[in-house]
Structure formats: structure tokens, C-alpha cells
Ligand binder design. Structure first.
Ligand code: GDP
Length: 195
């Protein structure tokens, strides 16, 4: 995908603020600091459109980015941030659940994990949750540049096994640093979004 236009649209706190033009939406989920903003920036060739190290604890905002007037990236608030209260966690859960259940243009969720480590308990819960709602998933294991190539396959295997990744779900190894996996991920998004 050749990205010619990418813009931040809105930090939406509820359905009445979601865009109404029915473009396909690609959700992005991952724990705080996993590399979600960096992944978005690399996908759209921008240094800083998605703010890296976005404020953890902002549990209520879905950040919409419109790309080429063709689709949206919808960045979910990062999860697993220790300082978030139980109440905020519940707010997060309710908002995402409503979005997953009711948002018709949602085509796919990218679950961003860190290739260096096994998935966290929160990653596993998120995967199971998305499966529960029958949402198409692509697991994107980022920060691949941080481990030697010779160990990639071992880490991929461990990640897939721990998540019990279904054969129907896609898996892409990624690096925001080198651009590894970018074209593969775009190809997958385009095919799912029907572009
Ligand atoms: P977010 O909280 O999930 O949005 O995470 P960020 O995108 O802010 O990334 C957190 C930290 O990880 C930052 O210091 C990034 O520079 C670094 N980072 C993110 N992705 C990569 C990657 O693919 N490779 C390397 N080496 N560092 C990364």
C-alpha cells in the first residue's frame, strides 16, 4: 500500500464521535509501551503522527487515523499499565467491548505483542477476548530487530504456542526500526479490508 495521505481525525470517547463515512476500520490493541505508536508511524511513513509513549492511563479514548481516504486505523488505549485503577480498567473494558460488539466497519484487530518475550497474561486475555467476539485477528510481533535473526523462529513458535493461535489468525513479524513486516502487514490489511 502506498500511503499518500494520513491524518489524525479524532480522539473519540464514545460512539457518537466515531466517523460516519463507513470506511473499513482496523483496530490496534496492545499493552502500554509495546510499540503501538511506533508501528502506526512506520506503517504510514510518518515520524510522529501517532504520539510515541502516548499517555498511559487514558483509558477512554479511541484514536482514529484516516489513511488515503480508504481506511481508518483505530488505536485502542494501551492495556496492562500498572497504575491504572480498577475502575479505569472497567471503563476501558466496557468501551472496547461495545466497540468490538457494535462497530460495523471494524474488519480486523492487530494485536501487537513484543517478539522478545512470551505474551503477558493481559496479551493472552486480549487474544481470548477477541476470539470470543469472533473478530478477525492479526498478531503482530514487533521489536524483532532487538533479537538476533537466528532466534526469531524460536520466539515465533513460543508466541504462537502461548497464545494458542488459531490457524485462521494471521501472524506477522515486525520491526518499526527496520520496516520488517511492513509490506506483509499492509498486504494482509488490504485483503481483509477489500481494498
Ligand atoms: P506504545 O506505548 O505502545 O505506543 O509504544 P511506543 O511506540 O511509544 O514504543 C515504546 C518504546 O519502544 C519507544 O522507546 C520506541 O522507540 C521503542 N520501540 C517501538 N517499536 C520498536 C521496534 O520495532 N524496535 C525497537 N528497537 N524499538 C522499538
Amino acid at each position: 500500500m502506498k500511503v499518500t495521505q494520513a491524518e489524525f481525525v479524532i480522539s473519540a470517547v464514545g460512539p457518537d464521535q466515531y466517523p460516519e463515512d463507513a470506511l473499513p476500520e482496523i483496530g490496534l490493541a496492545g499493552r502500554s509501551n509495546v510499540g503501538k505508536s511506533s508501528l502506526i508511524n512506520r506503517m504510514i511513513n510518518r515520524k510522529n503522527l501517532a504520539r510515541t509513549s502516548s499517555t498511559p492511563g487514558k483509558t477512554q479514548h479511541l484514536n482514529y487515523y484516516r489513511i488515503n481516504e480508504e481506511l481508518y486505523f483505530v488505536d485502542f488505549p494501551g492495556y496492562g499499565y500498572a497504575k491504572v485503577s480498577k475502575t479505569q480498567r472497567q471503563v476501558w473494558g466496557k468501551m472496547i467491548e461495545k466497540y468490538l460488539l457494535e462497530r460495523e466497519p471494524l474488519k480486523l484487530v492487530l494485536l501487537i505483542v513484543d517478539l522478545r518475550h512470551p505474551p503477558t497474561k493481559d496479551d493472552e486475555m486480549m487474544y481470548d477476548w477477541l476470539k470470543h467476539y469472533d473478530i478477525p485477528i492479526c498478531v503482530v510481533a514487533t521489536k524483532a530487530d532487538k533479537i538476533p535473526k537466528s532466534r526469531w523462529q524460536k520466539h515465533v513458535k513460543q508466541m504462537k504456542e502461548c497464545l494458542a493461535l488459531r490457524k485462521t489468525d494471521a501472524f506477522v513479524m515486525y520491526s518499526s526500526e527496520t520496516g520488517l513486516g511492513k509490506e506483509e502487514l499492509w498486504a494482509h490489511i488490504e485483503s481483509i479490508a477489500g481494498l
